[in-house]
Design a protein around this ligand. Structure first.
Ligand code: ADP
Ligand code: MG
Length: 542
């Protein structure tokens, strides 16, 4: 019998391996510590470095602190106060959530954590060397908040130490990192010291103020403010004359600094189109999205995120920047007019508007005279008395008939959407949608499957509001098949739109009268609407 060669690795080694992903250099330690401070609700964060962080990194915050009970847990692997269950991963609102930063840092350095929880009158201190606790917790006087001191980074991993640069270079990495985090969190006061020399202090301010403090442009920045449904963009960029060959362009998604190539390329593409090649703006772009649209669990150091709806966000960014840059190219007084304020973040309820009717036909020769119409009723008169129809029902019928005619004449109204919509289908529906692709395209839903259930929808029947396009698409795939009668598809589409948005009744009176006449005289079958006729004898006949 051969001996087993597979072994379960000891915890210390597991932590060191994990540290390889999280802790690359002093600035990556700094990132984790500052993010912990931000998550703790701190309003002030002080950073002190020795030898560019190679010798020592100290971060002090005035956040909620860590209790004596939690202190030993905080350095355990996969120990976190930020998530509890898998579903929490779907909408993460904190910088950390993996519960591995402190354990990783501890495993490759010497760490002392001093913390006082808001509820306690005293603080507690714990020291670990290469992850091993040095004695028990010490009680001591300390302000509320946390101080973490990391020294002798990579003391036990020479392979890693080899990749470190001079203290000067490591310091500049740390400075860049602090600048980036400070840009993303303008209300927090940051101080950076190196060897007891203050290198920078950023006081609490707003995004624009922090942009000026960090990037120090000699002129007012270009400001781009846009919002749509559940996305808000706020960007401050150097004007073209201040652009540089190599950009200092930062992107924050929900306050988190990220490297997101497609979104950055939207900014760069629009800038290059407007102002020429070879230059990029200096700037900070804040993109605030619904939390559950952003998957932050894709990169150990959390520099990357994956966005649901990525394609449509990309096109929205591109068109927003294009629009603003085009304005900038106009005469100066227009260029610097204040941008519009950010609109409410609450998704607006879509309004469903019928397409304008073709030129109003002359009043049809009907056997009755038009008297009155409002949102609820249309009233006519003939020699026998009054005819009352419900305007919404009649409008729906008239619109169905109009669309059916267009369909039969091969003139189904289709419009490209400005920003392709991305929607996700279940495996079962994906197969149906792929099978029914030509049917869907014929009805105006030009679509493309990405193979994993995601579909991009590039066009819509023009009477369907863009805001509900994904919903209509999914429901249509669920409900209809190739063989369906056009009239029922059209009625269903109109009904669906109406159920999502209040219908604006804009059918012209002649068209409504024509429809009423068709319904009453039964030119195409029996009357299907509740139409009331008040005869001179005062009887309701229908
Ligand atoms: P994560 O941030 O992913 O939760 P960490 O290893 O960075 O994991 O931290 C572990 C836990 O320690 C955190 O969840 C938090 O409860 C606590 N903690 C760490 N740093 C601080 C701090 N500066 N202030 C308050 N609590 C902290
Ligand atoms: Mg953390």
């Amino acid at each position: 019998m051969t001996l087993s060669v597979i072994r379960q690795l000891p915890d210390e080694l597991i932590n060191q391996i994990a540290a390889g992903e999280v802790v690359e250099r002093p600035s990556s330690v700094l990132k984790e510590l500052i993010e912990n401070s931000l998550d703790s609700g701190a309003t002030q964060i002080e950073v002190t470095l020795k030898a560019g962080g190679l010798e020592e990194i100290c971060v002090i915050d005035n956040g909620c602190g860590i209790s004596a009970l939690d202190l030993p847990l905080s350095v355990k692997r996969h120990a976190t106060s930020k998530i509890r269950q898998a579903s929490d991963l779907e909408a993460i609102g904190t910088f950390g959530f993996r519960g591995e930063a402190l354990s990783s840092i501890c495993s490759v350095s010497q760490v002392t954590i001093t913390s006082r929880n808001q509820q306690d009158s005293m603080g507690y201190q714990m020291t670990l060397d290469e992850g091993v606790p040095q004695g028990s917790l010490r009680m001591l006087a300390a302000p509320v908040g946390t101080q973490v001191v990391v020294s002798h980074l990579f003391k036990n991993t020479p392979a890693r130490r080899k990749f470190l640069r001079s203290s000067h270079t490591e310091l500049s990495h740390c400075q860049k990192l602090i600048k980036e985090i400070a840009l993303g969190n303008p209300t927090i006061r940051f101080t950076l010291r190196h060897e007891n020399r203050i290198l920078g202090t950023w006081v609490s301010t707003d995004r624009k103020g922090r942009f000026q403090d960090c990037l120090k442009l000699p002129v007012a920045p270009l400001m781009v403010l846009e919002s749509r449904e559940e996305m808000t963009l706020e960007a401050y960029l150097s004007p073209p004359e201040q652009a540089v060959a190599r950009s200092e362009l930062f992107l924050f998604i929900n306050g988190r600094p990220v490297r997101h190539r497609p979104f950055m390329s939207a900014i760069r593409t629009a800038f290059t189109e407007a102002f020429g090649f070879g230059k990029e703006p200096i700037g900070a772009c804040y993109l605030d999205l619904r939390k559950d649209w952003v998957d932050v669990n894709v990169h150990p150091q959390k520099w990357e995120v994956r966005c649901f709806n990525q394609e449509s966000i990309y096109y929205w960014l591109l068109s927003s920047f294009r629009k603003h840059f085009a304005q900038t190219k106009q005469p100066p007084e227009k260029a610097h007019s204040p941008a519009q304020p950010i609109r409410s973040f609450v998704p607006s309820r879509p309004t469903f508007t019928f397409q304008p009717m073709p030129l109003s036909p002359p009043l049809p020769s009907t056997p009755f005279t038009f008297l009155f119409k409002n949102e609820d009723f249309l009233i006519c008169q003939d020699s026998d008395g009054l005819i009352i129809a419900e305007t919404p029902q009649l409008t729906l019928k008239a619109e169905t008939r109009r669309l059916l005619n267009l369909w039969k004449q091969g003139q189904w109204p289709i419009e490209k959407v400005l920003t392709p919509k991305i929607c996700r289908l279940s495996e079962k529906l994906r197969l149906v949608a792929e099978e029914q692709r030509t049917f869907l395209i014929r009805w105006g839903f030009e679509n493309e499957s990405f193979g994993d259930g995601d579909f991009s929808i590039r066009s819509r029947p023009s009477f369907i509001p863009e805001s509900i396009l994904e919903k209509v698409f999914v429901a249509l795939v669920e409900k209809y098949k190739e063989s369906e009668a056009p009239e029922s598809v059209i009625t269903w589409l109109l009904d669906f739109c109406r159920s999502y948005s209040p219908m604006e009744l804009s059918c012209s009176v002649p068209l409504l009268l024509e429809e009423l006449s068709k319904q009453l005289t039964g030119t195409d079958g029996t009357c299907t609407l509740p139409i009331h006729q008040i005869r001179k004898s005062n009887e309701s006949q229908l």
